[in-house]
Design a protein around this ligand. Structure first.
Ligand SMILES: [Zn+2]
Length: 262
């Protein structure tokens, strides 16, 4: 009788031990020790697993894409404030383009130091949406652009703006050295990183002229260098995709910085 009792006691102790071990096994890693049901603890474990998985997915999203979306690339009419900035500069007294035909854009870009910058541009309303889509694609690809200010910040002096490698569009002016109205005057042409992508042409004396003058080291397009626009370049491809033509493909002169849509 006593032996049987001892066997029963040992059996109970082993059963309790196994039960406890089973209990601990399912509760291990769960946050609370108050859960008594193994089913509940399993549910908890599942939730923990799902939460951990979704957190891991978030962690793998590249932090290089901040909260700037295409919606931050804005198109606005020319306000009184903008008029005050451009009047008598890029918008000259004899300007034949009504303000209603122009739009002020806010565009983001990645500069030469890899830093996100807010740029601005005035363009013809006919190309405003194209320009937003092109520069959003360049932004997401981290295409380097040195600066993007209104040409008015350079007294509407095209040479000064180009020499500072400023990317811009609207400027009511003639084509340099001629009396013909430039497509920039209509807001239908954009110059990108102009210092590294100069305008090269022959003047009336048959001499080669480089605009801007400090872009001379970048006239030889057979050499490789940073910020060079050629047919393999993303900027070129985006503009062409949106129906623009490229000055680098002209026959009698080469304007490597220049994209226009007529
Ligand atoms: Zn141009």
């Amino acid at each position: 009788m006593k032996k049987k009792f001892t066997h029963t006691l040992i059996f109970c102790m082993v059963a309790c031990g196994l039960g406890y071990a089973f209990y601990r096994f399912y509760l291990k890693d769960t946050k609370t020790t108050e859960v008594s049901s193994p089913i509940l603890s399993l549910t908890d474990k599942l939730h923990t697993l799902i939460n951990n998985t979704s957190m891991k997915q978030e962690e793998t999203i590249p932090v290089s894409s901040p909260a700037i979306t295409e919606a931050d690339f804005t198109i606005s009419p020319i306000t009184e404030e903008i008029k005050a900035r451009i009047n008598g500069k890029s918008y000259k007294a004899d300007c034949t383009i009504p303000y209603e035909e122009l739009r002020y854009l806010t565009l983001y870009y990645v500069d030469f130091n890899g830093v996100i910058q807010k740029g601005e541009m005035i363009v013809n309303k006919a190309i405003a949406q194209d320009v937003v889509e092109i520069f959003y694609a360049l932004y997401t690809a981290k295409y380097p652009i040195e600066q993007m200010k209104l040409v008015d910040e350079f007294d509407a002096d095209d040479e000064k703006s180009m020499a500072a490698n400023n990317t811009s569009c609207f400027n009511y002016r003639t084509i340099a050295g001629t009396t013909r109205i430039s497509n920039h005057a209509k807001g239908l042409a954009i110059d990108v990183n102009p210092l590294y992508n100069p305008y090269v042409r022959s003047n009336s004396a048959g001499e080669t002229e480089v605009l801007p003058a400090n872009g001379t080291p970048y006239v030889d397009r057979s050499q490789g260098f940073a910020y060079k626009i050629d047919t393999n370049d993303l900027c070129y491809q985006e503009f062409i995709k949106h129906g623009f033509s490229w000055g680098g493909a002209w026959n009698y002169s080469k304007d490597y910085q220049h994209f226009e849509k007529k």
